[in-house]
Design a protein. Structure first.
Length: 282
């Protein structure tokens, strides 16, 4: 095994599109995980929506994720970034990852000189969104019930972390999304949400997404693998769609990102999420 630099944090953008965009993540692969307070301080100093920490074990890697304002159970884009870093350090192949609440895997592959990765998410599940929460989230964004896609019911979705799914009937609503940061942070923290996944479904092949992330200190996430997995599980299990599709996210932020999504068959089954990466200069 190569000697690991216990102080080095790589900066890798996951789900990049045509060599640009993507969602930056900090990645630290180290022989021993730092103390919780130190990992939190590193994540806050890096300032990305998540920084992932990994140490080798007998069967793979122990992994934890920290946002600037707290630990999160699972982060898709940071896992893709970690996969790229593992590939660059140890070579292409599958790596088993032990999270706080379960085990997943990520596969690193070389794509024309750039590292890409495919993760297999935790199992997925969903519940109907309570009416009170629906009214709160609509008020947060200044929308009404008539702005929603009637084919996709608002729901609480899970694919390793908790998200709220709201499908909109028109792309312009998604493009013009705005909200009060403090009010959004309180709503997400009170509800235990990592993000609010706002989507417009163009067709069976393409879904456009935006993900407010105020509860953990970030206005908007440009690419959200955990939310993508949770949404894909929900769409499959409600018979809306069980075929592969792409998610375009970050476009309205000026950082276009692309997530390739493939649901495994079976209710609650994991989701495969694939993306390209690019190294960020320090």
């Amino acid at each position: 095994m190569p000697t690991l630099d216990t102080h080095k944090v790589d900066r890798i953008s996951a789900f990049s599109f045509n060599g640009a965009g993507g969602n930056p993540a900090g990645v630290m692969i180290t022989d021993t995980l730092p103390e919780d307070a130190q990992m939190q301080a590193i994540a806050a100093d890096i300032g990305y929506s998540e920084t992932v920490f990994a140490k080798p074990t007998e069967s793979g890697f122990r992994v934890r994720y920290f946002a600037p304002e707290g630990e999160v159970a699972f982060c898709g884009h940071a896992t893709i970034a970690l996969g790229a870093a593992l590939g660059a350090t140890f070579g292409a192949g599958q790596y088993d990852l032990a999270l706080n609440s379960g085990d997943i895997s990520v596969e690193a592959f070389d794509s024309d000189g750039q590292w890409g990765a495919k993760l297999v998410s935790p199992p997925t599940h969903y519940t109907a969104l309570p009416e009170k929460m629906l009214l709160q989230v609509l008020d947060l964004f200044g929308w009404g019930a008539g702005d929603l896609d009637s084919n996709i019911a608002p729901s609480l979705i899970h694919g390793g972390a908790d998200h709220l799914l709201l499908a909109l009937r028109d792309q312009s609503l998604l493009q013009n999304m705005s909200y009060d940061f403090d009010a959004g942070a309180k709503f997400m923290q009170d509800a235990g949400l990592v993000t609010i996944n706002l989507i417009w479904r163009e067709n069976e092949a393409t879904i456009h997404s935006r993900n407010p992330f105020a509860g953990h200190g970030v206005y908007e996430d440009p690419a959200t693998g955990a939310a993508a997995a949770a949404m894909a599980g929900y769409l499959r299990d409600t018979d809306v769609q069980n075929t592969p599709f792409e998610i375009m996210q970050g476009t309205d932020m000026g950082v276009p990102s692309r997530l390739e999504v493939a649901p495994r068959q079976g209710k609650g089954a994991p989701i495969e999420i694939t993306g390209q990466t690019r190294k960020i200069s320090e």
